[in-house]
Design a protein around this ligand. Structure first.
Ligand code: ARG
Length: 589
């Protein structure tokens, strides 16, 4: 169904059209001055430029047609020619009623669904996750959910970094530590043992050492390169070992992502494109898109329109190894050919924007991506610590995801204790509520900022139960549930919506109606912060309503049933929007 702004835009557009104006002038927005009207249309100002009448005159003509329509309570003209519109309480109530009984809270699914791949997360096997990976996961998960809710066919792919030099580093580090493993015996013909020779703790301890060694000693780096090359060439012992590294890492990653309520549909990685790389390179060479340069194979990606000089994308290095860009190009090929992708959204750190410019150019120029496929880098800024530098642990290391989850859960427990929330719950439930509150702090604190901005991770601020925070939203959403539960215990149920009994109630109804518009802008601008603003303003409007009207004590039962319906609808909108942000709501708290 249409939102109120959509309905009004259509209606006012008709009137502009019937006055020989472009119907676009009829665009209606939620009013910036609710004291003058619920909605406003500013179209008379640009319309006047195409006419010999003043904007005020035009506004008045349009207003005169609208005013007698039964849905309007008031239609007025203000200032230089703004048209202010307010609906009758009856109309508003019946609209909200319709929303409440409709599917998907009145939000119409797109009539043009497309196949979208969201590439997000991007963790690297064995390497610790850094805050960039955390943001990718949080923002990507939300955009994926929103696109899916809008009716698109969406696939989230983690795009594991499982094929780079770090794999060779680990393999040679293993050889140093456990040279007797059959994996290193060139004459061994298998089968290799099923069980992994390493645990996740081993990998986490090994990687920094391996990487240090390679940085410091040229022969260690050479060994790592050689191992990477042989792995990529398919040496069986290395492949078997590599498989264990990947499996052990993936199991661990899945459990961390799970606690963050982040779910990938595909767990493909850079390695999954390897079999198509040789053919792809051969084709690009044959078609003249790729060429040899100083022993390497490259594709030109610079363009006359560039201000900077975009270097060619290197596909094969002179030593025969393929690179990050090569796998990305092959991944586009795979997604277009095998997954029929029409749009690929890369939710990756802004610092990789040149990489994606190169890869996208190469993909379009070589025809790997037809022009009908949209490749887009939805980049994001950095999560900083109080010192303004990328967030680190207190001792200065990269914060592991597990430790971060632990930290926010502890913080949530502390705050819950202070606010006397969930004090008497069974321990298990209390801890689960704390996890949800903790994750809500983390996610909301992140998503409320426009993704391209850097922001400071300030746990003290993110964790309060007041203001623009995850905990405040959860608290409010749970309040809806608890009112409904208490009502049910007294055998009271939601009923028909009545016209609003106060300005405050009316403001809540209008806020609820904004859902559909906010969802649309969230996706078109790839900006979950729009949804964050929305749910916060919804919470404020709801809490005002809750303070003003004593729902459970109301004597008029029809009024009470109407309010319960409003509480139910508000609760459903919370549930839907928070779910689209990837935030879980406890049953009670
Ligand atoms: N693994 C990469 C990194 O840690 C991120 C991968 C992003 N996705 C992609 N298709 N390149 O930097």
């Amino acid at each position: 169904m249409e939102s109120l702004t959509q309905q009004l835009t259509r209606l006012v557009g008709d009137v502009f059209a019937s006055h020989a104006f472009n119907r676009q002038f009829g665009e209606v927005l939620v009013s910036g001055r609710p004291d003058l009207g619920q909605f406003q249309c500013n179209g008379a100002l640009p319309a006047a430029k195409q006419s010999d009448r003043s904007p005020r005159q035009i506004a008045q003509e349009i207003a005169d047609v609208l005013a007698p329509m039964p849905l309007f309570q008031t239609v007025t003209v203000a200032g230089p020619g703004f048209i202010n519109l307010s609906l009758t309480p009856d109309y508003l109530a019946s609209h909200i009623q319709e929303m409440a009984i409709s599917e998907r809270l009145g939000c119409t699914a797109t009539s043009l669904p497309i196949k979208i791949i969201v590439d997000y997360g991007g963790p690297n096997v064995a390497k610790p996750l850094h805050v960039g990976h955390l943001r990718a996961a949080i923002i990507g998960e939300s955009l994926k959910r929103v696109a899916r809710f809008l009716g698109h066919h969406v696939i989230g792919d983690v795009h594991l970094g499982d094929w780079g030099l770090q794999m060779g580093m680990l393999i040679s580090e293993m050889e140093r530590r456990q040279p007797d493993l059959p994996h290193f015996d060139g004459d061994y013909t298998g089968p290799y043992p099923d069980s992994s020779p390493v645990t996740i703790a081993d990998l986490e301890e090994m990687y920094p050492q391996a990487s240090q060694r390679a940085q410091n000693a040229p022969e260690a780096m050479e060994a790592a390169r050689q191992a990477t090359y042989e792995l990529q060439q398919g040496r069986p012992g290395y492949q078997a070992l590599w498989r264990h590294f990947v499996d052990v890492s993936v199991a661990d990653l899945k459990s961390d992502y799970d606690r963050l309520n982040i779910q990938f549909d595909l767990w493909l990685g850079e390695s999954d494109t390897q079999d198509r790389i040789p053919g792809l390179i051969e084709r690009l060479l044959a078609q003249g898109h790729a060429y040899e340069s100083q022993g390497a194979t490259v594709v030109d990606v610079s363009g006359a329109e560039d201000e900077d000089n975009l270097p060619p994308l290197m596909l094969v290095k002179s030593d025969g190894a393929v690179l990050y860009g090569t796998t990305d190009l092959a991944t586009i090929d795979q997604r277009v050919q095998d997954l029929q992708a029409q749009q690929i959204l890369y939710v990756v750190d802004n610092r990789q924007s040149d990489h994606f410019r190169q890869v996208f150019r190469a993909a379009y120029r070589t025809g790997v991506a037809p022009t009908s496929v949209r490749l887009e880098h939805a980049g994001f800024g950095t999560m900083n610590g109080a010192d303004g530098k990328p967030f680190k642990t207190r001792v200065g290391g990269v914060m592991k995801l597990k430790d971060l989850i632990e930290m926010v859960t502890q913080k949530a427990l502390e705050r819950m204790h202070e606010a006397k929330i969930a004090v008497d719950y069974p321990t298990e439930e209390k801890v689960e509520v704390a996890r949800m509150v903790g994750v809500a702090m983390l996610k909301y604190g992140d998503l409320m900022n426009h993704r391209t901005k850097n922001y400071v991770f300030d746990l003290d601020r993110f964790s309060t139960f007041e203001g623009k925070t995850g905990p405040y939203l959860l608290f409010t959403a749970v309040r809806c549930k608890s009112i409904l539960r208490k009502a049910q215990e007294q055998n009271l149920h939601p009923g028909e919506f009545r016209p609003s009994a106060s300005e405050i109630e009316q403001a809540l109804m209008l806020k609820i109606d904004e859902l559909q518009d906010r969802l649309a802008s969230t996706y078109t601008e790839r900006a979950p912060n729009h949804l964050c603003d929305y749910v916060y303003t919804l919470a404020v409007a709801f809490n005002r309503f809750y303070e003003r009207h004593h729902i459970l004590r109301e004597a008029d039962s029809a009024q009470q049933a109407s309010w319960l319906a409003l509480v139910k609808l508000t609760g459903d909108v919370f549930e839907q929007t928070l779910d689209l942000l990837g935030i879980e709501i406890p049953e009670r708290m």
